[in-house]
Design a protein around this ligand. Sequence first.
Ligand code: AHM
Ligand code: MG
Length: 332
Amino acid sequence: NQGNLAYSVGVTLDRFIKLKQSDFPFASGELSQILRDIALASKIVNRETNRAGLSNIGGAFGQTNVQGEEQQKLDVIANIRFMRALSKGGEVCAIVSEEEDCVIDLQNNSGKYVVAIDPLDGSSNIDVNISIGTIFSIYRRKTPVGSPITTEDVMQPGNQQVAAGYVLYGSSTMLVYTTGFGVNGFTYEASLGEFFLSHPSIKAPETGKIYSINEGLELEWEAGVKSFVKDCKEKKYQSRYIGSLVADFHRNLLKGGIYLYPATFNNPSGKLRLLYEANALAFIIEQAGGKASDGENRILDIQPESLHQRTPLLIGSKHMVEEAEELFRISE
Ligand code: AHM
Ligand code: MG
């Protein structure tokens, strides 16, 4: 097993990032530094997550975030940790976060990179010890270094990402990322405080037998979604839905499957956010050989128009996403 071999050889995330820096012809090490900063913050969030039940920091905080959803205290903590990690290094000029209404302009005009992040996704699962995750996208700014940031720097389509990744706080904590040269996964060894390469060159199975969708919304689905899910049932596929995007995505990435959060009658753009949820996972799935679509268009080609824009999302094994798109088309 290639994964175990790499693990026993003991390639740490830091070493791996360093080794891979040569993938970028003019790399100055800044992108690598951002990845290391994110990894460090995720170790702290991992520690807080593991202690959530003990230190009385789980549970509603009595505040709502920008989308009017209940904000858990751990969301706030995770947001603070990642903001701190990203603002201290000097490489980043602006941050978009699920937990922040507006763009965070770090007033650091010499920073080359923009980061979009969902610091802690799947927050309804925090209190019940179910997997949660962090999702991040990194872009190079469009305007010249030294000038103030503009909307153009922040509102880039996903196809402009230079790196993206997620951290899964699950039965093991994992960090999975891509810089556009394949996808690699690292498992956290808590006693050593290090992420080790455990899943080199992840490839998404071209097809699978798992479908993940919130079936409680069936009465709100359009005909195409109904017919795709019916087809999955006729083929006796497995239904698996955690309600944590990172966890559902990660399982389907490794085992083969599809995750759907489609448009519904009440939410014609679905639920998930383009900038800091869909884009990162779309970049990763494509790098692993899979597909991500809004039912019609490639997620990575959608031009964002607002910071917290939502998009329907179909993501996972290539053939399954294509099949869903086809059924959506003919059911219109
Ligand atoms: P959040 O950003 O408020 O945590 O919401 C995003 C989450 C995803 O992790 C998950 O896939 C989805 O919402 C589940 O939504 P639903 O409960 O409607 O099925
Ligand atoms: Mg989220």
